[in-house]
Design a protein around this ligand. Structure first.
Ligand code: NAD
Length: 291
């Protein structure tokens, strides 16, 4: 099963990065969104991010131009009729994703594959909302997509071997490293990373150490590129909380209990970098710890 054109549904933070990576790897891409404004913004971001790759000499100007030419945008799902693979990257709401799969059923070729970039919804459950559970699986990219090498590939209960192989091949053609996971909450990275971040918040909550010392300890003692609280601010504290809630609810183990201090920060609207304040305050030139 070889994939030619790739459709991407949802032109937000992840969708524009996915379209960028696919076009740069040589795939014609049809990028679809309900909002023309989002499509315009996505094309702008892709252009800017490709420029950055040119200025760092990761690609040349001809590769940038060719990639941009391979991307077409539309607000009409009907334009996905030629796609061999559709990557769904709309907001993390199951009802919305289900509605999109319904509309894709009327549009796509019967042999077309559908993957979801969901971070937390069961792939098996999403598959059951499509007309082709055997041709559906999870393809979980990391932000920023053009930079991050990992793609988690998640098989649902019904995913056929040929589907998995075809999506793994696309992943490799994108220059990414696939890691296979079963359909379980948090897959691999979030299952391991978020409990570590949550534990760092517990350490702060219990007065074990300050924000700065927790981050310095993990940077210099465990060789992490950034401390866990700094990383939490990057991810967004609301996103961290919701992933911990999914792990806690789905796996039912009290070890995944979200730290009450994490909940307080989210309730305060201190969501990290995106709101200007989280475990650090970003108002000045240098981030300042908020505790
Ligand atoms: P986002 O809000 O930035 O973008 C979503 C886009 O989908 C928006 O442009 C929106 O206009 C569009 N959209 C909404 N309804 C639509 C519809 N019916 N048809 C077509 N487009 C529609 O969201 P995001 O951060 O890019 O996340 C998308 C998915 O990727 C989610 O499932 C999320 O869990 C997952 N994910 C996010 C990250 C991350 O770091 N942000 C990482 C991995 C996976």
């Amino acid at each position: 099963m070889s994939i030619d054109t790739i459709g991407v549904v949802g032109a937000g933070q992840m969708g524009n990065g996915i379209a960028h990576a696919c076009a740069l790897a040589g795939y014609p891409v049809v990028l679809v969104d309900v909002s023309q404004e989002q499509l315009d913004r996505a094309l702008q971001s892709i252009g800017k991010n490709l420029d950055r790759q040119v200025s760092r000499e990761h690609i040349d100007a001809a590769a940038k131009d060719a990639a941009l030419e391979r991307i077409t945008t539309s607000t009409d799902n009907g334009r996905l009729a030629d796609a061999g693979l559709v990557i769904e990257a709309v907001p993390e709401r199951e009802d919305l994703k289900r509605k999109i799969y319904e509309s894709l059923a009327a549009t796509l070729k019967p042999e077309a594959l559908i993957v979801s970039n969901t971070s937390s919804i069961s792939i098996t459950r999403l598959a059951s909302a499509t007309d082709r559970p055997g041709k559906f699986m999870g393809m979980h990219f990391f932000n920023p997509v053009p930079v991050m090498k990992l793609v988690e590939l998640i098989r649902g209960m019904a995913t056929e071997e040929a589907t998995y192989e075809a999506v793994a091949e696309v992943t490799r053609k994108l220059g990414k490293t696939p890691a296979m996971a079963v359909d379980s909450a948090g897959f691999i990275v979030n299952r391991i990373l978020l409990p570590m971040i949550n534990e760092a918040v517990f350490a702060l909550f219990e007065g074990v150490a300050s924000v700065e010392d927790i981050d310095a300890a993990m940077k210099h003692g465990a060789a992490h590129p950034m401390g866990p609280l700094q990383l939490a601010d990057f991810i967004g504290l609301d996103t961290c909380l919701s992933i911990m809630q999914v792990l806690h609810n789905d796996l039912g183990d009290p070890k995944y209990r979200p730290c009450p201090l994490l909940l307080r920060y989210v309730e305060a609207g201190w969501l990290g970098r995106k709101s200007g304040r989280g475990f650090y305050d970003y108002a000045g030139d240098e981030p300042v710890p908020t505790r």
